[in-house]
Design a protein around this ligand. Structure first.
Ligand code: AMP
Ligand code: MN
Length: 315
């Protein structure tokens, strides 16, 4: 399938991705936006997303994103990238009432919510998958950069096991466009502000290991977030740091989003299927990286999650 074939008749096209957009979500949404705008100058193309983190300010036209979803537009075609409808947030009604719905994703938990579904869980990222659906001869430096950002964010700069030979081949093609990929990796992936580093330090310090050190959990509450003046976007990377601790098979990190409500991130080294656990609690993701939102006290949530992990490790 080629994207351009799917939108041949369209006069209006909408694009969106998931709530709390990460690098792959922002990268895929923006690269498709830049591509369609360039290829179809007579078509109205709009992109809807929650405000992306400042690090993505290097992506061309990022300020053209609509962060207000209040509109009665009915699009001829609407793309949902990097998620299923349940994580579209404010853009969900826009997708539901569109003439033709297209869903492109790499999450194993996504069963497809469009009229056209391209779901490939073996892909490192939605950006990698999207690259295959675009006409490569029509890419430019800005589109390539947005795609590259998505790929490096979802495969941890080619470190995670979702990286395949094809991921490297595509990355090789993308860096030929000449953007400064080394700077991009530093500035969008590794660099942390001072407070982001401080709060990560605290989360590591207060982490607790259980199941003989095979599992580790940590949490940041609202009070602490307020004290450091940080938001959810500042907590990225904490769960990955927990996972690479020697002996750890499964890492859990949560932060308080409301009264008795926590956003949970889970990472596994491969023995535990965290996507299966996340799905049980209404979330989803990948075998080695998944998330969900849980209600209840911190300790109840740990108990519920550890029961599931234990079941898997003992089976
Ligand atoms: P996180 O650690 O929450 O950023 O998520 C890890 C992976 O799981 C990412 O690929 C997310 O897109 C996915 N994920 C997180 N939360 C959910 C959810 N509620 N439903 C489906 N996928 C999720
Ligand atoms: Mn992704």
């Amino acid at each position: 399938m080629k994207i351009i074939e799917e939108v041949k008749e369209a006069k209006t096209i909408g694009i969106s991705g998931h709530i709390r957009p990460d690098g792959d979500c922002v990268g895929s949404v923006m690269s498709l936006y830049l591509y369609l705008k360039k290829e179809l100058p007579d078509v109205r193309v709009d992109v809807y997303l929650e405000q992306p983190a400042e690090i993505f300010g290097c992506i061309k036209d990022i300020n053209e994103i609509h962060t207000d979803f209040e509109t009665d537009m009915v699009y001829d075609v609407f793309f949902t990238l990097d998620c299923n409808t349940d994580r579209l947030g404010g853009a969900q009604p826009l997708f539901e009432r569109a003439g033709k719905k297209i869903n492109i994703d790499h999450h194993i938990s996504n069963t497809g919510c469009g009229d056209v579904n391209i779901i490939e869980p073996e892909r490192s990222s939605t950006c990698e998958l999207l690259y295959e659906l675009l006409d490569v001869s029509k890419l430019d430096e800005e589109i390539a950069k947005a795609l590259y950002i998505g790929i490096i964010h979802d495969c941890g700069v080619f470190q995670y096991s979702n990286t395949s030979p094809r991921t490297f081949q595509i990355a090789a093609e993308l860096i030929k466009f000449g953007f400064d990929f080394s700077k991009l990796i530093d500035e969008t992936f590794y660099e942390k502000t001072y407070v982001q580093s401080q709060i990560m330090g605290r989360a590591l310090l207060e982490s607790i290991r259980f199941m003989e050190g095979k599992c580790i959990v940590s949490m940041v509450d609202r009070k602490t977030m307020d004290f450091y003046h940080v938001g959810p976007k500042d907590l990225d990377g904490i769960v990955n740091q927990l996972r690479i601790i020697k002996g750890v098979e499964c890492a859990i990190f949560m932060y308080e989003v409301g009264t008795l409500e926590y956003k949970v991130s889970m990472r596994s080294c491969g023995e535990v299927d965290v996507a299966a656990i996340a799905v049980k609690f209404g979330g989803g993701g990948h075998v080695r990286a998944a998330g969900c939102t849980m209600n209840g006290t911190y300790h109840d949530n740990i108990n519920n999650l550890s029961k599931q992990i234990e079941e898997q490790l003992l089976s």
